[in-house]
Design a protein around this ligand. Structure first.
Ligand code: PBG
Length: 309
């Protein structure tokens, strides 16, 4: 009998792209396998009019998918690692991390070629506190407005003229075929990416060796070690909620280089720390960079960001 795998996925274009990608990879590595998508709506998709940080943060995008796994309605769930809370539920495993797409933030505008070209008072759309604080630190003269919705919705709002520019993850734009809309890339020095940005992870039941065996072929160890360090940093700094934190790791041979950032919402204060370690010590590296940020006062900034919501 042929193997069957059911993929729980959100219905947004990006989520469906990622699920189709995993389906195609499974079919490539395991000829004859049957793969089925099980699309579902999550709280994060239903509530579109409120800033994410106010309604409980990123976990809203994954909870329904995880329930489907635990109920046996699906075998795997495909996530943007950025949206997966750092505290992980019991009974589930997230061991498979696919090769990372471009992790940078992208500048998208119909009028201006770069951030530097934006005039004072220009309106920039982003809903991420991380992007907001780094943007305000660099350009306090800009007006930052909240921008929710999936990638297509955000582009539509830009095209309607609601914003002079918007900032989005390059990965989502590239995956959906909107690469030509990227006017400029923000280097990590300008906008340190979120932990896991650009990486797709596959979650399954912890006690499902059949599925785990099938997934092994899709795993990318380089991406996994980078994301492990990034998530360890976020975990040491707090829990799950949306906060102005950047965490970005690169690999040079077998050496991981992790950079971390915590900011105030108004961009008035930006704390930064970085360290290097052998890739085998990814988690310890994350904790080390987090502690360097805490030593500079990160806890107070995060508490203030939490209060303001
Ligand atoms: N928070 C929504 C979300 N989750 C993952 C991506 C982009 C793709 C990725 O980072 O893998 C996006 C959109 C964005 O931030 O612009």
């Amino acid at each position: 009998m042929s193997q069957m795998v059911r993929i729980a996925t959100r219905k947004s274009a990006l989520a469906l792209w990622q699920a189709e990608y995993v389906k195609a990879e499974l079919e490539k590595h395991h000829p004859g396998i049957m793969v089925q998508l099980v699309p579902m709506s999550t709280q994060g998709d239903k509530i579109l009019d409120t800033p994410l940080a106010k309604i409980g943060g990123k976990g809203l995008f994954v909870k329904e998918l995880e329930t489907a796994l635990l109920d046996g309605r699906a075998d795997i769930a495909v996530h943007s690692m950025k949206d997966v809370p750092v505290a992980f539920p019991e009974g589930l495993a997230l061991q498979t991390i696919c090769p990372r797409e471009d992790p940078r933030d992208a500048f998208v505008s119909n009028r201006y070629a770069s951030l530097a070209e934006l005039p004072a008072g220009a309106v920039v759309g982003t809903s991420s506190l991380r992007r907001q604080c780094q943007l305000k630190a660099r350009r306090p003269d800009l007006v930052i407005k909240d921008l929710r919705g999936n990638v297509n919705t955000r582009l539509a709002k830009l095209d309607q003229g609601d914003f002079d520019a918007i900032i989005l993850a390059a990965a989502g734009l590239i995956r959906l075929g909107f690469q030509q809309r990227i006017a400029g890339w923000l280097a990590p020095e300008q906008s340190l990416p979120a932990n896991g940005q650009g990486a797709v992870g596959i979650e399954c039941r912890a006690d499902d060796p059949r599925i785990q065996q099938l997934l092994a072929a899709l795993h990318d160890a380089d991406t996994a070690d980078r994301v492990l360090a990034e998530r360890a940093m976020n975990r040491r700094l707090q829990g799950g909620c949306q906060v102005p934190i950047g965490a970005y790791a690169e690999l040079d041979g077998d050496t991981l280089w992790l950079r971390g950032l915590v900011g105030s919402l108004d961009g008035g204060q930006i704390l930064q720390a970085e360290a290097k370690a052998p890739r085998q010590q990814a988690e310890a590296l994350g904790v080390q960079v987090a502690e360097a940020l805490l030593a500079q006062g990160a806890a107070a900034l995060l508490a203030a960001a939490y209060q303001e919501r």
